[in-house]
Design a protein around this ligand. Structure first.
Ligand SMILES: Cc1cc2nc3c(=O)[nH]c(=O)nc-3n(C[C@H](O)[C@H](O)[C@H](O)COP(=O)(O)OP(=O)(O)OC[C@H]3O[C@@H](n4cnc5c(N)ncnc54)[C@H](O)[C@@H]3O)c2cc1C
Length: 374
C-alpha cells in the first residue's frame, strides 16, 4: 500500500505519527511539503484531559489560567485538564523520531499543485511530476471551502521585559480590557518566564480584514495593553506573528474517492474557539485506526449536530453585537473550575451538563439557536 500525505504541517505530521504508532504494516508513506509555512516558526497551545501520543513534544504545561471578564479577574482551575504548549520544532523532532523507528517513511520536499483520482488510487502532482498513491491525505488543497461564519484575526508580540512582569505559572486565556467597538476582542498572554511572553490581540470579526488601518489598531491595542493595563514600562518586542483563520460551523465535505482532506481544510478548527490541535490529534488517531483495521480511512466519528448549532449561534451573535462575547464568557467562566466549559468545547459533554452550563447565557444567544433550528 502507498500512502501520500500532502503537507507536513500540524495535521500532516500528526497523521504520520499516528500511522507510525500502529502495529499493523501500512506500506510506504510519503510526506510532501514545500516549506511555505516553516514548522520551526509554528507553535500550538491546547488543552487536554488525557495522555496523547505526542506529549513528549509538550514544552509548557499549566493547571490553571487567568481570565479578566466583566470587570473582574479570576484564576480558574482546569480540573482534569491541562493547558499545554508545543513548539513546532519540538513537534517535528518528535514525529521524526517516531517515523524513523518505523522505516516506511519518506519526507519529500516539493510543491503540490493538483490531486486527482487515478484508477483505484490518486495522483498527486508534485513539482509537475505525478506521484501515485492508494490513499492521499490532503492538508494543502482541500475541496470546496465551507462558508466562513466569522474570522479569527490575531496579532501577537513576543515580548521581553526589563523587569519581571508575567506570572510564568498562569497564562491569561482572555482579558477583555481592550476596545470592543470594531469586533469582539480580547488579549491573550502565554508566559515563557517572568520577563518573557507571547501577548496576542485576538478578534472574532465578521470579515477578513487585512487593511493597514486594522493592523495599526491591533498594534495600538497591544501597546495599550502592555503599558496601560499591565503597567509595563520597559520592554522589547521581538517577533510579531499574525493570522486570520476562517471559522465555519458548517460540516465540511472531506472525501473524494481515495483522497481525504485533513487539518484546517477539513474543518478541524473549532468554530467557537479557533483551536485545532487536539481535534487534529483525535482525527489523526481515528484515520490511522480505520486504515489499519478496515483497509480504508473513512470510519471517522461525526461531531454531534448540537455543537455546530451552538458554534453558529455564538458567531452569529458576536459578529452582530461584539459586546456579547464578554457577556457569554463572563457567564461560562463564572465558576472555580473551567473543566465543564472545556468538556463542552471538546464536544464531550452530556445534554444535562450543557443545560447547567448554558443556563444564564444572554437571551440573544438562545434566539440565535432558535433561528438555526427553524
Ligand atoms: C498563526 C496561527 C497560530 C495558531 N495557533 C493555534 C494554537 O495555538 N492552538 C491550536 O489549537 N490551533 C492553532 N492554530 C490553528 C491550527 O491548529 C493551525 O493552523 C495548524 O497549523 C493547522 O494545521 P494544518 O496541517 O491544517 O496546516 P499547517 O500546519 O499550516 O500545515 C500545512 C503544511 O503544508 C505545507 N504546504 C502548503 N501548501 C503546500 C503545497 N501546495 N504543497 C506542499 N506543501 C504545502 C506548508 O508548508 C505546511 O507545512 C493556529 C493557526 C495559525 C494560522
Amino acid at each position: 500500500m502507498r500512502i501520500l500525505i500532502a503537507g507536513g504541517g500540524l495535521s500532516g505530521l500528526s497523521l504520520a505519527a499516528h500511522l507510525a504508532a500502529r502495529p499493523e504494516p501500512l506500506g510506504s508513506i510519503t510526506v510532501v511539503d514545500d516549506a511555505s509555512r516553516p514548522i520551526t516558526q509554528a507553535g500550538w497551545a491546547s488543552w487536554s484531559d488525557s495522555p496523547g501520543l505526542l506529549d513528549v513534544a509538550v514544552s509548557r504545561t499549566f493547571d490553571r489560567f487567568r481570565v479578566h471578564v466583566g470587570g473582574r479577574e479570576r484564576i480558574v482551575d482546569l480540573g482534569a485538564y491541562r493547558y499545554r504548549f508545543v513548539r513546532g520544532d519540538d513537534f517535528a523532532a518528535a514525529v521524526g523520531r517516531m517515523t524513523s523507528r518505523h522505516g516506511g517513511f519518506t519526507f519529500h520536499s516539493g510543491h503540490v499543485s493538483d490531486i486527482r483520482q487515478a484508477g483505484q488510487g490518486a495522483e498527486v502532482l508534485v513539482d509537475g511530476e505525478a506521484m501515485y498513491a492508494n490513499w492521499v491525505f490532503d492538508s494543502v488543497l482541500g475541496l470546496e471551502p465551507p462558508r466562513a461564519d466569522a474570522w479569527l484575526i490575531f496579532r501577537g508580540w513576543h515580548v521581553r521585559t526589563a523587569a519581571p512582569a508575567f506570572d510564568p505559572a498562569i497564562p491569561t486565556l482572555f482579558d477583555f480590557r481592550t476596545a470592543q467597538s470594531r469586533a469582539a476582542s480580547f488579549l491573550y498572554v502565554l508566559p515563557r518566564g517572568p520577563q518573557e511572553a507571547l501577548v496576542e490581540h485576538t478578534s472574532f470579526a465578521s470579515t477578513r480584514s487585512h487593511g493597514v488601518a486594522y493592523v495599526k489598531e491591533q498594534r495600538y491595542a497591544l501597546g495599550e495593553y502592555l503599558s496601560g493595563v499591565l503597567g509595563i514600562r520597559d520592554c522589547t518586542v521581538g517577533r510579531e506573528e499574525s493570522g486570520s483563520l476562517p471559522l465555519s460551523a458548517h460540516a465540511v465535505d472531506r472525501r473524494r474517492g481515495s483522497v481525504l482532506t485533513i487539518g484546517t481544510k477539513a474543518g478541524m478548527v473549532k468554530a467557537s474557539t479557533g483551536y485545532a490541535f487536539e481535534r487534529i490529534q483525535t482525527d489523526s488517531a481515528a484515520i490511522a485506526r480505520s486504515l489499519a483495521t478496515l483497509g480504508h480511512p473513512f470510519d471517522l466519528p461525526k461531531s454531534p449536530h448540537r455543537y455546530r448549532v451552538f458554534d453558529a449561534a455564538l458567531l452569529d451573535v458576536i459578529t452582530r453585537d461584539p459586546a456579547q462575547l464578554e457577556r457569554v464568557f463572563a457567564t461560562l467562566f463564572d465558576r472555580s473550575s473551567a473543566e465543564p466549559v472545556l468538556r463542552f468545547l471538546d464536544e464531550a459533554s452530556s445534554v444535562a451538563q450543557e443545560g447547567r452550563l448554558l443556563a444564564g447565557l444572554p437571551p440573544s444567544l438562545y434566539r440565535a439557536v432558535a433561528r438555526r433550528h427553524r
